[in-house]
Design a protein around this ligand. Structure first.
Ligand SMILES: Nc1ncnc2c1ncn2[C@@H]1O[C@H](COP(=O)(O)OP(=O)(O)OP(=O)(O)O)[C@@H](O)[C@H]1O
Ligand SMILES: [Mg+2]
Length: 227
């Protein structure tokens, strides 16, 4: 079953938030295991705040020696396996990327973010070469302004479009996304009287989920053609 890692060599890029968003949306129709592979364990902490649906399981990784078994076991029992990685290169991250069908690289719209995303794209390519298979990587812009883009922001987008696939959908900067870390569960469970912009955030989240599923389906098609 598809394994999707969230990676970026930059801390605070949006890995944990996008893991939560995709995981809770996929769980609307499928079983999901989310592996918290970051020693800071923010994803696991999120999972303890509110009751999650039965078809979501969040596990804390026991580290680089355990991750391959954890991924294999999770793949056997869930339709989707999501791995939230820490914000720096590590053996654990290499192992997880090497097992992934898709690596989502969250990025902001500053030069530092773009540089980190390019570095992470190169790392995914290296893992693919080492394993003699193509590992797809996509950039997901996070914390972006929903309004018109500045010249600098357009420039950053062009850089990343030249380097890899950039998802059409962005997770705009919205309180609803950051609130997930405190409220627990998913966007659908957020109290709309307490948090602004939940419907818009949910629109972003659904479009992001559709983008990811389309990419995975394309890959399946490509694999079938190659066989
Ligand atoms: N689309 C968004 N809108 C508003 N806030 C966001 C959004 N995405 C992320 N954030 C906020 O930005 C901060 C960093 O996000 P997150 O924890 O997801 O990044 P990370 O890449 O997992 O960081 P780390 O490398 O430290 O694990 C968090 O406080 C989160 O609430
Ligand atoms: Mg994180």
């Amino acid at each position: 079953m598809p394994v999707i890692s969230f990676a970026s060599s930059k801390g605070g890029a949006g890995k944990t938030t996008s893991t939560i968003v995709l995981g809770t949306e996929l769980a609307q129709g499928a079983s999901v295991v989310m592996i918290d592979a970051d020693p800071a364990a923010r994803l696991f902490r999120w999972s303890q705040i509110a009751k999650l649906p039965e078809n979501i399981e969040v596990i804390k990784s026991d580290g680089e020696r355990a991750i391959l078994d954890e991924i294999e076991n999770a793949s056997l029992r869930a339709a989707f396996v999501l791995i939230d990685l820490e914000g720096s290169a590590s053996r654990l991250a290499s192992f997880a990327i090497g097992e992934s069908d898709l690596v989502v690289i969250p990025s902001g719209e500053e030069q530092q973010d773009a540089d980190a995303a390019v570095e992470t794209i190169a790392e995914v390519a290296r893992e693919g070469r080492a394993r003699r298979r193509k590992i797809s990587a996509v950039v997901l812009f996070c914390r972006t302004n929903a309004a018109v883009k500045s010249r600098l922001e357009k420039h950053i987008h062009r850089q990343l479009v030249a380097a890899t696939t950039v998802l059409k959908t962005e997770l705009h900067r919205r309180t609803a996304f950051s609130a997930l870390h405190n409220a627990g569960a998913g966007l659908r469970e957020l109290d709309r009287s307490e948090f602004n912009g939940v419907p818009k955030a949910l629109e972003n989240a659904q479009a992001f989920t559709v983008n990811v599923i389309d990419i995975l389906l394309d890959e399946l098609g490509a694999d079938a053609d190659a066989a």
